[in-house]
Each structure stands twice: as structure tokens, then as C-alpha cells.
Design a protein around this ligand. Structure first.
Ligand SMILES: Nc1nc2c(ncn2[C@@H]2O[C@H](COP(=O)(O)OP(=O)(O)O)[C@@H](O)[C@H]2O)c(=O)[nH]1
Ligand SMILES: *[C@@H]1O[C@H](CO)[C@@H](O)[C@H](O)[C@H]1NC(C)=O
Ligand SMILES: *[C@@H]1O[C@H](CO)[C@@H](O)[C@H](O)[C@H]1NC(C)=O
Ligand SMILES: [Mg+2]
Length: 380
């Protein structure tokens, strides 16, 4: 009995002692825009922002949407990524850890201010919890805001205009130990300068194991080509906007941030089956691939591609139960990858591969490559 009491006191004390408060303050945010690809882009920018302001970043859970559920589901950051590798770049703490052990010391209930550029929705404040996923996100941690702070005209581009110093002058950590943002303090798509932070995003062991098991047990021995087919109904609608926005979503990843390499086309956004078949065949030849791994949000085109590649004796596979993060981890390990330039889901795989020096291409880009290559092939 005595021993039990002593032990519990010991643990209470050691837990207390282990909490280290960052006097330079914290950054919290809701990844309230888009799904995984968008949130990952935003994460890289937020990490750069936190580093630049020299504040600890609270790693927010990933916001997911389950079919038929009215509220978003919050999945702990470390479910998908290692915390340790991020620490090599900057001070981070999980949102769960922050709320449990640090918030009680630095973020009293009556001082919880939501930061936004300007008033949001109906009304005159940040309305940080209005709508989905805004409400469910903060409710996950029982956070309610009692004030709003409009930080405009400050912005998140810490690579220009001495922005970090401006933030710290306006909101010194002694006065504002916690900056809690209604959305990510980052731009979409990810700024060129922040792309390389991808190298600190390392898949958790659970995801890596599932990817490796699939590659070992399902794919035949030998090299493989990974492809991303973004073709759900939401994507049909997204591609319709292409005419008025030639650098839509993640298009800068192939077209350049100032359209140096052209403007987006329908063949890049929603390639025809024919175009897909041609590009896959060329890649299979070039990389002597024994199989093709297909990742998709909707139609994997397995029967079609199987038929197209039959004569080349190349097998076409997908995950039995596709999970986005496992799909991405497998795409990250393919000998060659073809993705959708407009998609931020593709962008994750592309950056990941760039970090490891692996080659990637895009559907319909550059515009004449397929046609030109085919022509060359026919001339030979
Ligand atoms: N499993 C799986 N899911 C996908 C794939 N492509 C898209 N999705 C799903 O659709 C979402 C697309 O949203 P987002 O990640 O923001 O990328 P974007 O809309 O293509 O820019 C992803 O987060 C996934 O949930 C895929 O290849 N495999
Ligand atoms: C950044 O913050 C850390 C931890 O609070 C502190 O030790 C360090 O001196 C700060 N760096 C600068 C340049 O202020
Ligand atoms: C490349 O494609 C574009 C658009 O489809 C076309 O205008 C151009 O003439 C093509 N160039 C070559 C060399 O085929
Ligand atoms: Mg999206």
C-alpha cells in the first residue's frame, strides 16, 4: 500500500519535472482545408513558419472525412509520421501532449485567443469553431476561444519582407505565448522554399511495414512503375476550373511557380485511357518493369491496364483495401512514378521521391513528350 503510494507520487513528480516550457512560445493550428495532400502542403509551410518565429510547433492531428459521418475525424499526427525525424529540424510537440501537459501552464481558459487574418463567416470575430472541421477539430481537445485577434496585414511568407521579425514584434512570446490559428499559417500549394522540408516527414513504422509487405508479397520480384490515377467525380469538377486557372492546385510542381514550363491542360488533369496506356508502356520499357502499381481515389483501371500490358508480361496491382498513406508509401518506393501534376496527393509522392533522388513524371507533361516519343519510336 505504502509502496503503491510512493510509486504514484514518484511518477507524478517525474511527470511534472519532465514538462519543459518553451519560453519562446507555441504555434497551434487547425489543418482545416482539404484532405491529406492539401494538409501536407500546409504542414510544410507551418513548420517553416514555426521555425522562423522560433516557436515550438504543436503537431496537429490529420483531419479526415469518413463517408456518411457529419463530423471530421482527428487522427494523431504520429499515427502516420515519426516525431523524432521532425525534431532534427525544429522543436515540435504533439497536439495531444501540448493540451495535456503544456496548455495548463501557458494557455489559461480565459486567455484562449483565436488568430485569423480577418473576421470569418457571419459576425465580427474569427469564429474559429464554426462549421466542419473547425468545430470538431478544437472540440477534440475541449478548446473554446474567448477572444479573436486579426493579425492582418501580416502574412505567412517568412522568406520575404522580414516577416518573422514583424510577427515577433507584434506578438512577443511573453505577451502571446500561444498563437492558435484558425487555419494553417501557410500557403497552398507549398512555397518553393519549403518543399525540401519534406525530408523530415518520415512514415511511421506501421505504414512502412505495410508498404514493404505489399511490395515483397504481392508484386513480382523486379522493378515496378507506380502510377497515381486521380479520377473521382470531385476531380472531374476540379478539372473544369482549369480554363480560368492555368496553375490550379499543385500544378506548379511541373509547370513552375510562374508557369515557366507552360499552362495546365485537360490531358494533364484528366488524361484519356489511351494517353495513360501510352505513357505506362513507355515507362515499363524504359525501367524494365515487371509490374505496375496503381494508386487511385476511384477507378484503378486494372482490367484495362492488364489488357494493355499483357503482351509485355507485366502484372498490374493495387492494394486490396487501398489506404491513402500506404498507397503513397508504395509510390515513394517505385522505380519510376507517373502522377497527376494538378493533384496535391501526387505532390506528396513527388516530393518524397525527389528527396531520395528517384525519378518521376506526370500525365500529359511535357505536352509533346508522349507524341514525340511515339513518333521517334515509329521512325526507328
Ligand atoms: N487511397 C487513395 N486515396 C486517394 C488517392 N488519390 C486521392 N485519394 C483520396 O482523395 C483525397 C484527395 O485530396 P487531396 O489529398 O487533398 O489531394 P488532391 O485533391 O488530389 O489535390 C486524398 O487525400 C485521398 O483521401 C489514391 O491514389 N489512393
Ligand atoms: C530559440 O528558442 C530556443 C528555445 O526557446 C532558445 O534556446 C534559442 O536561444 C532561441 N533562438 C533565438 C535565435 O532566439
Ligand atoms: C506541342 O504541343 C502543343 C500543344 O498541343 C502544340 O501547339 C505544339 O505545336 C507542339 N509542338 C511540337 C514540336 O510538336
Ligand atoms: Mg483536394
Amino acid at each position: 500500500m505504502y509502496l503503491k503510494l510512493l510509486i504514484s507520487i514518484f511518477f507524478a513528480v517525474s511527470e511534472f519535472a519532465a514538462v519543459e516550457i518553451d519560453t519562446n512560445g507555441y504555434i497551434l493550428y487547425c489543418p482545416c482545408m482539404g484532405r491529406f495532400g492539401n494538409q501536407a502542403d500546409h504542414f510544410l509551410g507551418s513548420l517553416a513558419f514555426a521555425k522562423s518565429l522560433n516557436r515550438t510547433l504543436a503537431l496537429p492531428p490529420w483531419v479526415e472525412y469518413r463517408f456518411g459521418e457529419p463530423k471530421s475525424v482527428q487522427v494523431p499526427f504520429t499515427h502516420y509520421f515519426e516525431l523524432e525525424s521532425l525534431l532534427e529540424f525544429h522543436r515540435v510537440v504533439t497536439m495531444e501532449e501540448f493540451m495535456e501537459r503544456i496548455a495548463p501552464k501557458v494557455w489559461p481558459l480565459e486567455e484562449r485567443t483565436a488568430f485569423c487574418y480577418m473576421a470569418r463567416g457571419q459576425g465580427t470575430n474569427c469564429n474559429a469553431k464554426e462549421g466542419n472541421p473547425f468545430g470538431p477539430f478544437w472540440d477534440t481537445f475541449n478548446v473554446d476561444f474567448v477572444h479573436s485577434e486579426f493579425y492582418g496585414p501580416l502574412n505567412y511568407d517568412i522568406h520575404h519582407q522580414d516577416m518573422a521579425r514583424k510577427w515577433n514584434n507584434k506578438y512577443p512570446p511573453e505577451k502571446s505565448p500561444v498563437l492558435a490559428f484558425t487555419g494553417a499559417p501557410a500557403s497552398f500549394p507549398v512555397q518553393q522554399e519549403n518543399r525540401d522540408l519534406q525530408k523530415f516527414l518520415v512514415w511511421s513504422q506501421r505504414i512502412v511495414n505495410r508498404a514493404i509487405n505489399f511490395i515483397r508479397n504481392v508484386l513480382p520480384i523486379g522493378s515496378f512503375v507506380g502510377i497515381h490515377l486521380r479520377n473521382g467525380v470531385d476531380w472531374t469538377r476540379a478539372c473544369e476550373h482549369l480554363d480560368h486557372s492555368p496553375n490550379l492546385f499543385s500544378a506548379p510542381q511541373c509547370l513552375g511557380y510562374r508557369n515557366e514550363f507552360g499552362i495546365a491542360s485537360q490531358e494533364m488533369c484528366f488524361p484519356s485511357h489511351d494517353a495513360i496506356a501510352k505513357q505506362v508502356k513507355l515507362a515499363v520499357k524504359e525501367y524494365h518493369a515487371k509490374s505496375v502499381f496503381v494508386s487511385s481515389d476511384n477507378d484503378h483501371l486494372i482490367p484495362f491496364l492488364t489488357k494493355v500490358l499483357k503482351r509485355m508480361e507485366v502484372a498490374v496491382h493495387k492494394l486490396a483495401n487501398p489506404e491513402p498513406h500506404v498507397d503513397l508509401a508504395i509510390l515513394g518506393r517505385a522505380n519510376y512514378f507517373i502522377g497527376n501534376c494538378i493533384s496535391s496527393f501526387t505532390a506528396f509522392a513527388k516530393r518524397d521521391r525527389d528527396m531520395n533522388g528517384l525519378p518521376s513524371g506526370f500525365w500529359g507533361f511535357p505536352p509533346n513528350r508522349t507524341g514525340a516519343a511515339k513518333q521517334k519510336h515509329e521512325e526507328l
